[in-house]
Design a protein around this ligand. Structure first.
Ligand SMILES: Cc1cc2nc3c(=O)[nH]c(=O)nc-3n(C[C@H](O)[C@H](O)[C@H](O)COP(=O)(O)O)c2cc1C
Length: 365
């Protein structure tokens, strides 16, 4: 039973993604790109809370991607960010993101519980097992071979989870940690653990999510593939781990009264004013090089990366944006985290025009 009130129920969940990072997920040089100041984050969280959004999901970054804007170079640390937002909101869930190899599990367990109590059970934990090499170098920690990152993540999570559950001190001796007399009080708020998510895309990442998480995020490349992908994730999780998992995705939204206005704005910020070196770096870090795609496919992907970190573009009128989110729900996704170039300026139109059009998806049974 998930206790976070907004993440309960079978409605299609909506969240705001990456507001803790400068520029959000838009690698653009336009002046109205997102500031990511605390004041703007707080105003955004209150707006999202009051209008019925289900969650805020940050992006844990430790350094920028370079370029003219040093894309995502200024970021608020996600657990403290979540604590601040939870203290000043009423019903929305807020995730914090931990890079497991960078934060000791005993510390992480207590830090998450503290934030969970601040939010009366509305905190969620996103576990990242490893990704960008340059961030690990900054901590002086070697990145493990890919699948071993998830073996480490499993041991890390077992310790966090045991610290949350066990009343008496326990010892832990595994491949990566040798700990004596581990204890942690208080326990998570209300006696149930926070919602846990993972966004790994590999087989090892998916198995980790299936074994441990309530929610997994996966990229939506196209609807046909997504439908099969979501069904496969849910089925495999049920067969292998005997449990259900919620599958979410992310998308970048430009919503304007006319399609032309929306497309012009997208073209303006994501093509004409892309922060080129930052987009190239972002794609290279994900192993996506121009040589690996036909030029037209690469150009499309590049715009997706400049527009919103490679997530689904959701561009158009309120009717079109609502219809596209409806297709996402129709693919079997249980929720979506959205980004915007300038959240505070652009979210009010979405709230006013798109949310009412999604009412049928957002009713709890
Ligand atoms: C919605 C979403 C959120 C993510 N959040 C973070 C994050 O905050 N920090 C990070 O370093 N990686 C983040 N990732 C990256 C994943 O955790 C994962 O490392 C990456 O997708 C590679 O997958 P793999 O480890 O299975 O190869 C995110 C990915 C997605 C799709």
């Amino acid at each position: 039973m998930l206790r976070n009130p907004t993440l309960r129920g079978d409605h299609f969940k909506l969240g705001i993604f990456a507001a803790n990072c400068s520029s959000g997920t838009a690698a653009t040089t336009i002046p109205d790109r997102w500031s990511a100041t605390w004041e703007d984050n707080l105003a955004l969280a209150k707006m999202a809370d009051e209008s019925g959004f289900d969650f805020m999901l940050p992006l844990a970054r430790w350094r920028g991607y370079g370029g003219a804007t040093d894309f995502e170079g200024s970021t608020l640390e996600t657990i403290t960010w979540a604590g601040g937002l939870l203290a000043q909101t009423k019903r929305i869930s807020v995730f914090g993101t931990v890079h497991a190899p960078l934060i000791h599990p005993v510390f992480a367990a207590k830090q998450c519980v503290t934030v969970d109590h601040i939010g009366s059970g509305r905190f969620g934990l996103n576990i990242v097992c490893g990704w960008n090499l340059d961030e690990f170098e900054m901590f002086g920690i070697a990145q493990r071979e890919h699948d071993e990152r998830y073996a480490f993540g499993q041991e890390w999570w077992d310790i966090v989870s045991a610290t949350w559950q066990r009343q008496d001190p326990f010892d832990h001796k595994g491949s990566y940690f040798d700990l004596k007399g581990v204890v942690g009080h208080p326990k998570p708020w209300g006696g149930e653990r926070p919602i846990v998510m993972n966004a790994g895309s590999s087989g090892a990442g998916r198995a980790f999510a299936g074994r441990n998480c309530d929610v997994m995020f996966t990229a939506l490349i196209d609807h046909e593939r997504a439908k099969k992908n979501v069904a496969a994730i849910k089925q495999t999780t049920r067969e292998q781990f005997g449990r259900d998992i919620g599958v979410f995705t992310s998308g970048h939204v430009v919503c304007r009264p006319t399609r032309k206005e929306a497309e012009d704005y997208y073209q303006w910020y994501a093509v004409e004013h892309e922060d080129g070196p930052a987009v190239t770096r972002l794609m290279e870090l994900q192993g996506l090089h121009s040589q690996s795609f036909p030029p037209d496919v690469f150009a499309t992907y590049r715009t997706r990366f400049a527009g919103g970190h490679g997530s689904l573009p959701i561009i158009g009128t309120p009717d079109e944006v609502a219809a596209e989110l409806g297709r996402v729900a129709g693919d079997g996704f249980n929720g979506a985290a959205i980004t915007m170039v300038s959240y505070l300026d652009q979210l009010p139109f979405f709230i006013q025009e798109v949310l009412p059009r999604l009412a049928h998806l957002r009713r709890t049974a």
